[in-house]
Structure formats: C-alpha cells, structure tokens
Design a protein around this ligand. Structure first.
Ligand code: HEC
Length: 245
C-alpha cells in the first residue's frame, strides 16, 4: 500500500515540476518562449513601467516622471519651514535650533560634508556647549560600543572579537577634515557600516564636534592649559587636587 502511495507521489511530483516548475523548457528539442505555468506567481512579470522606458500612458511618452516639487532626496534634510531661534538648549533634533537644515540647491555642505568636490572643514553652524553635550550623548549611544568612550578604539565590541576599529587618536584621523568624518558617519568606511539612516544631520555634526574634543583631550599639551591653572599640574603633568585655601 505504502509502496503504491510513494510511487504515485513521485509521479505526481515529477509531473507538477515538469509542467510548472521550470522556467523555460530549454532542455527540450523545441524550445518555447512561453512562461511556465506558475502556481504561485512571484512578481517578476507584472504590469509596470521599467526605468528609463517609454510609456504611452503619459502625454509626453516618457515613463520616467519628474519628482514632485518639494521632494527631498534620500540622505538630505527636510527643509525648515521658518527660521529657527538660536537657542540651542533644546538639543539637536530635526527642526532644531541649528541652522543646518536649510535646503538650498542640491549639494550643500551641511548635507554632504563637501564644498564643491572637496571635503570641507568646520561645522555648518555655531557650536556651543550644548552642541558638544549633544554630541557626547549621541557618540556614547552610537559610536562608543566600538570606538570606546575616549575614541581610542577600545569599545566593548572589541572585547567580543571585533577587530580593526580605528582610533581617533591616529595622526591620519586627526588630520582628516570635518566633512570626511561627517561622511564616514553617513556612509561608513571599509568594515564600518554607515549610520546615516539612524543619525540626523545636526546630530552627525554634533558628533563630529565631540570627536574633535576627544582628539584634543587625548593629545593635549601644556599650551592647552590656561596659564593660571598650570601651577596645579604636578611633576607628572597630571592635575593635582588644588590645595584648600
Ligand atoms: C560596529 C562598530 C562601529 C561603530 C558602532 C562605529 N564604528 Fe567607526 N569604525 C569602525 C571600524 C571597524 C573602523 C575601521 C574601518 C576600516 O578602516 O576598516 C571604523 C572607522 C572609523 C573612522 C575612521 C575612518 C577612516 O577613514 O579611517 C571614523 C572617523 C569613525 N569610524 C567614526 C565613527 C563614528 C563617528 C561612529 C558613530 C556614529 C562610529 N564610527 C561608529 C567600527 C565602528
């Protein structure tokens, strides 16, 4: 009984596959161009306009349409509706105090980190203490797992086998322009993935500012200490607790 059942099953399977399963019957002597019978049609064949193909649906005969006016390209910020106040105490959310999200033309520094075809330098807004605090917060959420709290590349992920995390303390990265670091945040670099989809534009710049602060903190010289405070530095160059008055 079971034997007949198995035989039948095999026959039916072969029959179904040979009728429906093979794309074109190219192994047969007389090929057919007809599509195979699809029991579960996927979306390969459907009524659609192919990219750059003509279409008689539209009066001008073109399938491709212009973007609706006001369309914002992927990776660019929403335009601001009205000028924002310069009060930066509310953090760097979209539509935030920073003046970076004015959408003028297609390419601009705040969006791409480039001026013309070169990486640019400087933040596209005036950095305040709030910018750095926001940058630190975002950095600790998004970057510290790999790059470490001080940016030397010793984040917790490296303890679990991630290798090759860059230290911001290398001269090469110190010499990097702000625009290039911005671009690394957006698009990633080699083994580092991009974070453009999760970090909004003002926050990317705030992180760049914070990385600059980290770099400075790891590479400070006596000249970075205000002259009045240098007496507080001990022999070792480390700050000692100020003597009680
Ligand atoms: C999942 C781990 C990971 C996270 C999270 C991460 N990075 Fe990286 N990053 C790397 C690795 C790995 C490299 C080295 C890539 C290479 O050159 O192979 C790197 C390299 C870099 C570099 C140097 C790029 C260069 O040109 O050499 C910069 C700058 C940088 N990261 C910034 C950031 C910032 C800012 C964040 C947070 C928004 C961040 N990274 C988040 C893993 C990470």
């Amino acid at each position: 009984m079971v034997r007949y059942f198995l035989l039948l099953l095999t026959l039916v399977t072969v029959l179904v596959i040979s009728i429906a399963g093979l794309r074109d019957y190219s192994f047969l002597p007389h090929k057919t161009k007809r599509p195979p019978i699809e029991i579960f049609p996927d979306m390969v064949r459907q009524a659609k306009v192919k990219a750059q193909a003509p279409s008689d649906f539209y009066a001008d005969g073109r399938g491709a349409r212009d973007p609706v006016s006001g369309t914002v390209p992927i990776g660019y910020a929403q335009p601001l509706n009205k000028p924002q106040s310069n009060d930066s105490s509310q953090g760097a959310t979209m539509g935030s105090p920073y003046q970076v999200v004015v959408f003028e033309g297609r390419e601009n520094y705040a969006n791409t980190g480039k001026t013309g075809t070169n990486w640019g330098n400087g933040l596209p807004f005036t950095a305040t203490l709030a910018t750095l605090e926001r940058g630190r917060e975002r950095y600790q959420i998004q970057c510290a797992v790999c790059h470490g709290a001080t940016g030397v590349g010793n984040g917790i992920a490296t303890k679990y086998g991630l290798v090759g995390v860059a230290s911001f303390n290398q001269q090469r990265i110190r010499d990097m322009t702000d625009g290039e670091i911005y671009n690394t945040i957006v698009n990633g670099k080699n083994t580092m993935l991009g974070y453009g989809s999760t970090i909004q534009i003002p926050d990317r710049w705030a992180i760049v500012a914070y990385i600059r602060a980290l770099q400075r903190s790891q590479n400070a010289s006596l000249n970075d200490v205000p002259e009045a405070d240098r007496a507080l530095l001990g022999e070792s160059g480390m700050a000692t607790t100020p003597a009680k008055p």
